[in-house]
Write a protein that binds this ligand. Sequence first.
Ligand code: C2E
Ligand code: MG
Ligand code: MG
Ligand code: MG
Length: 285
Amino acid sequence: NAKARGRNCVQLFDPSAPHIGDEAENIAAILRVAIERDQVSMVYQPIKSLATGKIEAVEALMRLKMPDGTLISPALFIPVAESSGAIHELGRWAIRTACQEALIGQKMPVVSINISAIQLQAPGFSMSVAKILGELGVAANRIAFEITEGLDIEDHDEVLKCINELQQLGIRIWLDDFGTGFAGLSWLRLVKFDMVKIDRSFLHDSVLAEGADMLKDIIALIRNRGHTMIVEGVETEWQMDLMRRYRVDQVQGFYVGRPVPAKRHRKATVKGAVRVNFRYGMPPA
Ligand code: C2E
Ligand code: MG
Ligand code: MG
Ligand code: MG
């Protein structure tokens, strides 16, 4: 599948499929005007601490509404935004919106925002973030930037310099999708991450005994290196029990809560028979 092959949009679009070039151009054109027309929005997914039972953070996930009302996955349009350059404006919009919707006037301790490698390589990125936070009056330690382990880095030094500047500002830096590629261990050596998010593929595999062993080893590795971890993609009670047995720090997934618009966070419905009501900073009932 496309994700397994990476986030490059050239790979994402199957060249053998008909009209696929039109599709990419179409998305790029829509992105250019989408922000002003309110076609881009954010949904928020809770991240729960197993130690305290509280929602410690929400991850902001972008959604794009096409003119006909259908929603396009960020896995499809983010690569187009990256290759068309729209990611810079879209990225600033994402940070501003996530702060406004999830933090200002809310008890939520932290909102995490996905950041693309292209943003990290843009000159003055950390300055532009500091400016947004200053304008909104949001403390830097209430935002986390998720950086995917699979990112293509043209300029390694620039990215590390930028990460360092962001950490100096007090912004948390999280490693996303850990274990999906070969770069994860290198990243752990290069950056002092505030959190490591273990990719949900390991949880999926853990229905098999071997997969569960692998997950256990990864958790031990991350813990031994002094990092706090989130396991992504917890969908069932069985998986939740496994996470408790493995003493995972925090969990995220449909079992805890689906991504929903900020307004709906007070009455979030969770997949299956489980229905939870939670307020920011409060444990699910
Ligand atoms: P990610 O950062 O790894 O986000 C987690 C993805 O897994 C989200 O998909 C989320 O909806 C989904 N998910 C969460 N819990 C479960 C579960 O229990 N089961 C299953 N099957 N899936 C679950 P989504 O929202 O489609 O986002 C896909 C990717 O797009 C994200 O992966 C992230 O890399 C990227 N992305 C999303 N928003 C942004 C953004 O604002 N900026 C950038 N640069 N990238 C973004
Ligand atoms: Mg993420
Ligand atoms: Mg992730
Ligand atoms: Mg992932």
